[in-house]
Ligand binder design. Structure first.
Ligand code: SF4
Length: 204
């Protein structure tokens, strides 16, 4: 997607009440995220390769912010970290997909990430690489099920069909990741949802 189309998507998102902005690369987006988070604010993070690869958690900790992320703790502490993240001042995540109509489409296994995006912290910051942009809802689901989920299943070493074939077959596996599907069409009441669209491929 070229810069002009991404800027058009930014306009669409802003008309809907999101606070959206375009950044040409991850470094600029990272600096903007760090500027948006005050020194005393606590930060919850959802499962996100985008945020992990940008090393935002490390920068925030170095700045003195308290960070709650279940990826950074022992298995027995993960639920506590998820709850603390949902009650933090700021929630930081990516999105599995973004449609050209300005809808955020996400599929989750536990549900903490998607619920915290629309009913958690008052300030939400979403970083979205250009690879996440999909024409419409069907294309968004297709990219999640056949690109993001297989990659996540392999990373997590899950026994799901998509981990083996790279394609979704709507499994009923015990390790199924696709338990809840959420489409955020407009910002939810009382929430400040900031979206940083980045002209680079980020996460998967
Ligand atoms: S439904 Fe099953 S096979 Fe399909 S993407 Fe989800 S975990 Fe993979």
């Amino acid at each position: 997607m070229d810069k002009k189309d991404m800027q058009k998507l930014v306009e669409t998102l802003n008309k809907k009440g999101f606070n959206a902005k375009y950044f040409s690369n991850a470094a600029e987006a990272k600096a903007a995220v760090l500027d948006m988070i005050g020194p005393g604010e606590t930060v919850g993070i959802g499962g996100s390769m985008t945020i992990y690869d940008m090393k935002l958690h490390e920068e925030l900790k170095a700045k003195g912010n308290q960070v709650f992320w279940h990826w950074l703790v022992e298995p027995g502490e993960r639920n506590d970290a998820r709850s603390k993240a949902a009650n933090a001042d700021v929630y930081l995540s990516s999105t599995n997909a973004m449609t050209l109509e300005g809808e955020l489409v996400n599929i989750d296994g536990t549900g903490n990430r998607v619920s915290s995006m629309f009913f958690g912290p008052k300030k939400v910051i979403i970083v979205c690489g250009e690879n996440k942009i999909a024409k419409d809802y069907d294309a968004a689901i297709d990219r999640i099920k056949n690109t993001a989920c297989p990659a996540n299943a392999r990373r997590l070493k899950l026994s799901t069909p998509c981990a083996v074939t790279g394609k979704c077959n709507e499994c009923s596996s015990k390790e199924r990741m696709c338990n809840v599907t959420v489409k955020i069409q407009y910002p939810t009441t009382g929430r400040d949802i900031n979206i940083l669209l980045v002209g680079e491929s980020l996460g998967y």
